[in-house]
Design a protein around this ligand. Sequence first.
Ligand code: CMC
Length: 427
Amino acid sequence: MSNRKAYLTIDGDDTPLELNILESTLGQDVIDVSPLLAKNYFTYDPGYGTTAASESDITYIDGAKGILLHRGYPIEQLAEHSDYLETCYLLLNGELPNAGEKAEFEEIIRMHTMVNRSIESFFHGFRYDAHPMAMLCGVVGALSSFYHDSMDINDPQHRMITAHRLIAKMPTLAAMCHKHFVGQPYMYPDNSLSYSENFLHMMFGTPCDRNKPINPVLAKAMDLIFLLHADHEQNASTSTVRLAGSSGANPFSCISAGIAALWGPAHGGANQAVLEMLKEIGDVKRIDEFVKRAKDKDDPFRLMGFGHRVYKNFDPRAKVMKQTCDEVLGVLGLENDPLLKIAKRLEEIALEDEYFVEKKLYPNVDFYSGIIMKAIGIPSEMFTVIFATGRTVGWISQWNEMLSKPYRIGRPRQLYRGHTAREYPAK
Ligand code: CMC
């Protein structure tokens, strides 16, 4: 802790309140406002734009400079030199694995890819056209019924096994959501494949052609989508996981809560919303009309896939994703796909338009990931499920970090503006 102090003078007080300034290793230092409670005040920060609710060593973001670090490593370098599972190891354990540790970690994950057969019964209960995010939310929560009594969340070993189970089972469950949605039989994992190849195998394989070759460019793009979504510090879904976990809840149910928070279009649901918006625009000729609507204060329409709460320069993940996007479209010969043409033109216009430039609204990671997944042939309803699959390691790493140190149940306060106490009316 630094010796720096902040002083807050409250109207009517003679002596200012002394508040400790907590030093970060990077980025903003934090003023510890907890002494305010003794003064009978709360702080007010809707949307938590200036509130640090936790101390963390995992991920650092500098939104103004477009920097994202996992355990100190820049995302661009991880995207170039690492793969998703290695990044998972890094997020969970704090250091990159050596060759032996990496092989052992991959083997552990492979050992856990299967889900209990009775999970299929949960899927049978969903309507044929249930949204894949609704199914994912339900079945991940249901996993808590398989791993509850046997698990002690205060045991670091149990927490690590939970993390391994989740990382390994999420692609299996995500692919089952897809198969149920399209009405095809579920595919079992093929543990001879890599993590991302296996996911594509479970998504697109059928029992009739189970050994269909997997395009390595698409598997690499999939792996990159998982990697670029692996963690993003205290965003809405991660904060939800921490908040749910702070009550001592079962970790699978905490992850299910994170999935629910991710679903909305302002967060992980943006990738599906991008595709829906492109379909609604329908023709390059109509882009101007939609850009005009996005700028109109009286119209709730927003350009989906543009803007970010913390990145006010550019999203470093979007830069990497854009490159892969061009590569995938090239390999699949889709440069002239009508929806993708609209996306490209929209990107050009928004990058030049005064409104978007002035408000620093750049295409975010989900603008490009949506385009890539569409090109691979994944239905847009599955996009957020894939985001959730990649983000699971971040959620569980943050949950594990919270439980590794002393913590309190999360309990925000409020600025009450309702009625003062009043008598129940006489009858
Ligand atoms: N289209 C048009 N105008 C926008 C957009 C947009 N996509 N995003 C923000 N604005 C405007 C907004 O109207 C506001 O204008 P003004 O200052 O005149 O009131 C200004 O820009 C700032 O917006 P804000 O709502 O205060 O910004 P925020 O930090 O609260 O919201 C956001 C960030 C991501 C929710 C928002 O930019 C948005 O809704 N974007 C579209 C949805 C999207 O792509 N979300 C995915 C985020 S990346 C995935 C993830 O990490 O979860």
